[in-house]
Every structure is written in structure tokens, then in C-alpha cells.
Design a protein around this ligand. Structure first.
Ligand code: UDP
Length: 413
């Protein structure tokens, strides 16, 4: 199949460097890995992403069978994700011209703005569209309230897209309920998780120091719950420490407001000397970081999927995870780690203490995590699940639903 992916803000080329900042994370990694795995299976992939650098060529060959197409839409520099919606008309027009020349068999849009740009362009050519939201505005608004900076029309667009595309891929079971609440017919959804590179993230020796090391890896935004882990650390014995990866480049740590907030909290609860901020860590260095951990803590307020727990599991480390979103599917409570309620430092501390007190059980959890990552979440398996859905929507092309009138990129906020 000729598969066009649209990932307006998250370039797959950024996935090997530059992750952990406010807007670069799991989507970059997932789009890259999915494209590579589909190309390995013999498909031809073009990933359309917005040009954020005037120097990059329009088309870059990322790997055999995978091309990254830099679409000119808005100024050729990094823009905050929330400002990109104004440029989706231009993005859509560019896609329409591109696909008129080279018509794909199927379009897979990642994130709501990609769907907004892709759907009109694909519909004009009767090409089916598969949508993965990666995150839903309705969930974000519920959790972030007034702090949610997403464009006001996001929720309405997601609802309309859900009703109009050929299939919505939910990355976890909880997302299906959220989609149904948005009015998306359940039968138009399919749960297809993200995956993990089990050849890159592999188990290995931990090292020999006596510290009980908890590792956190995430973009440093408040909803990721790093504050909860810091508060939990204060309830653990003093031979425990927390290593925090993510956020700005290491040399910019002192300028980062979220790092300042977390450092202040660490001082307040008396663990400043036991919390170490690394800044953004390159993907190549991450396996060693996970392996240095006795436990990986991942306790966000909400999480559409969450690649980090899977990466930790693939490295054979037990995970203390909030029982939310994708983490409720990937982490098996009592088997590959422990589930805790979101925002509950006492529960996080208790779960970490269980792992600290029983290293053999912790190692067992780690081994079970590795097995689960290998058998359920390898990218070849995840790509095959995508392939099945693409095949279904291509077959069902004759029944392509009409485009909702609300889905014109220029509709008011
Ligand atoms: N990541 C990284 N370096 C960092 C922080 C994060 O490479 O310093 C990667 C992490 O390994 C994972 C992705 O960014 O692959 C984060 O994905 P996840 O789904 O956990 O969260 P998101 O950022 O999408 O909310």
C-alpha cells in the first residue's frame, strides 16, 4: 500500500534527538517507528510534517520505503503546537496538490490538527482516512481547566472528525469511552496500541551501587506527575533517590520554570539532595538510564498511551504507574509493576517501598515486563494491526461517509 501519514507538528526525524521538550514526545517516536515497521512489511510511506526549519529539503529519505515530506504551512520555524491551527488551511491545500499527483491508498492522520488538514484533501480524492488522536482535547480540558491552551474549537473538531473519518484508532481502551462520549460510534473505533522498539530497549545489568534508584522519564509538564514522585520520595528511606529525565537541554535546566517548580517542591519536602535533573536525554542513552533504575515511576494525571512504561518494561524494570489511560492496559498490576491512583504520593511511596523491600519480586516484575513488551507491543505486531485496519478501510472505500460541514479548516473558533 501507499500510505500517507500526516503528523503536522511531530516530525519522525526529531525522534532520535530533541525529545522531552514541551511539544516533542511520544508522537514523534510512534510515527517514526510505525512508518519504519510498515516499510519493513513492504509498504511505501510518506510522512507529511510541517516545515519548521528553512534549511531542510522538501523531501528527506528517512529509510528505504519511508520519505519525510516537509510541508510549507506557516513560518519555517518552531511554533508552539497550539498556534499551528491557523496554518492548517495552507497545510491542507498543499496535501491536496501533493495527493492529486501521487494519490495514496490510505491516509493516516496523527493528532487532531493533522486530521483537520488531511480529511478535506483526502475526501476530494475519495481516499479513506484513519485517525489517531494521540490525545483528546476533551480529556485535556477536564484535567487542565483554565490552564488548557488548546484552541477553543479542538473538542468540536475532534468530535466531527471522529464522526467523519473511516476509522478512529484508539491507543487504549479508556479512549474508546472518551470517543463514544464525543459522539463517535463505537463501531468506528478500533483499539490499536503504540509499540516499543524491543531491539533498542533491552534488559541488562543495573550496576552495583547501594542506592534505591527511581527513574522518571517524561516531558516536563505538570500533568506528568513528577511532583507526585518527588513527594513520594520524601516518604522513602534516605538511601533512595530520584533521577528525572526530560525537559530542556541539560545546559538550560536553570532557566526552565517547571524545573524551578519541581526543585522548590523537592526543597520543601526535604529531598533536594536526592532528586537529580538530567534534562532531555537522547533516545540512544535511555536504555542505560532505564537499566540503572530499581523502579521506573510514571504517574501522570492522565495519559493517552504512554511509551515510557513500555520502554521501562522492555528494559526489564518494574513500573509504578498511575492506573490511567494506556498505562491501565500496558502495566499489569502485581505482575509487571504496581498500579496506583493518580496524584497520590502515599500510594506511590507504598508501591516503591514494596519493590525496595523485595528485590527478588521486583526482578520478577521486570522479567514479566520484558516478556509482555516482546509478546504484545513489538512494532512489527503493532504495524500488522495497523495494516489490518488500513486494508479494511480501503475495502470499504465505496462507503466513505460525507464530509461534515463543520470540518472546514476556516470555521470560527
Ligand atoms: N523521551 C526522550 N528523552 C527525554 C524524555 C522523553 O527520549 O528526555 C521520550 C521517551 O523515551 C518516550 C517519549 O519521549 O519515547 C515520550 O512518550 P510518552 O508517550 O511517554 O509521553 P508523551 O511525551 O507523548 O506525552
Amino acid at each position: 500500500m501507499r500510505i500517507a501519514m500526516v503528523s503536522e507538528h511531530a516530525s519522525p526525524l526529531a525522534a532520535s534527538s530533541g525529545l522531552g521538550g514541551a511539544d516533542a514526545g511520544g508522537q514523534n517516536v510512534a510515527v517514526r517507528a510505525l512508518a519504519l515497521a510498515l516499510a519493513d512489511a513492504g509498504h511505501e510511506i510518506v510522512v507529511h510534517t510541517r516545515r519548521a526549519d528553512p534549511a531542510v529539503p522538501r523531501r528527506v529519505a528517512m529509510a528505504p520505503g519511508v520519505t519525510v515530506d516537509h510541508v510549507d504551512a506557516g513560518p519555517a520555524r518552531e511554533l508552539p503546537k497550539d498556534d499551528l491551527v491557523d496554518h492548517m488551511d495552507a497545510f491542507s491545500a498543499d496535501l491536496a496538490a501533493c495527493w492529486a499527483d501521487e494519490t495514496p491508498d490510505v491516509v493516516h492522520a496523527h493528532f487532531w490538527m493533522s486530521g483537520l488538514a488531511a480529511l478535506p484533501a483526502a475526501r476530494a480524492l475519495r481516499v479513506p482516512v484513519v485517525q489517531t488522536f494521540h490525545a483528546l482535547g476533551s480529556v485535556k480540558r477536564r484535567h487542565q481547566g483554565a490552564d488548557d491552551t488548546s484552541p477553543a474549537r479542538r473538542v468540536a473538531v475532534e468530535s466531527d472528525l471522529g464522526a467523519s473519518v473511516d476509522r478512529v484508532l484508539a491507543t487504549c481502551h479508556e479512549e474508546v469511552d472518551e470517543l463514544v462520549a464525543l459522539g463517535v460510534p463505537a463501531e468506528r473505533t478500533t483499539v490499536v496500541p503504540c509499540g516499543v522498539d524491543v531491539a533498542h530497549f533491552t534488559p541488562g545489568a543495573r550496576g552495583t551501587d547501594d542506592v534505591f534508584r527511581v527513574v522518571s522519564v517524561s516531558r516536563l509538564v505538570p500533568r506528568k506527575g513528577v511532583d507526585t514522585v518527588i513527594a513520594a520520595l520524601a516518604r522513602l528511606p534516605r538511601d533512595s533517590e530520584l533521577v528525572v529525565a526530560g525537559g530542556p537541554r541539560p545546559e538550560r535546566l536553570d532557566d526552565d520554570p517547571e524545573v524551578a517548580r519541581l526543585r522548590a517542591l523537592a526543597r520543601t519536602v526535604g529531598v533536594a539532595d536526592r532528586v537529580h535533573f538530567l534534562g532531555a536525554v537522547g533516545h540512544d542513552a535511555l536504555p542505560a538510564l532505564y537499566r540503572s533504575a530499581d523502579a521506573v515511576a510514571c504517574v501522570p494525571a492522565y495519559e493517552p498511551f504512554g511509551l515510557v512504561p513500555l520502554e521501562a518494561m522492555a528494559c526489564g524494570r518494574p513500573v509504578v504507574a498511575a492506573a490511567v489511560g494506556g498505562l491501565a492496559d500496558t502495566v499489569v498490576d502485581g505482575v509487571t509493576g504496581h498500579h496506583v491512583p493518580a496524584g497520590d504520593p502515599g500510594a506511590v511511596a507504598a508501591a516503591l517501598e514494596r519493590l525496595r523491600a523485595d528485590p527478588r519480586a521486583a526482578r520478577r516484575c521486570g522479567r514479566a515486563g520484558r516478556r509482555r513488551a516482546e509478546t504484545e507491543y513489538g512494532w512489527d505486531r503493532v504495524a500488522a494491526a495497523h495494516e489490518r485496519v488500513y486494508g479494511e478501510v480501503v475495502l470499504g472505500r465505496a462507503a466513505v461517509p460525507a464530509l461534515s460541514t463543520a470540518l472546514t479548516t476556516g470555521s470560527p473558533a
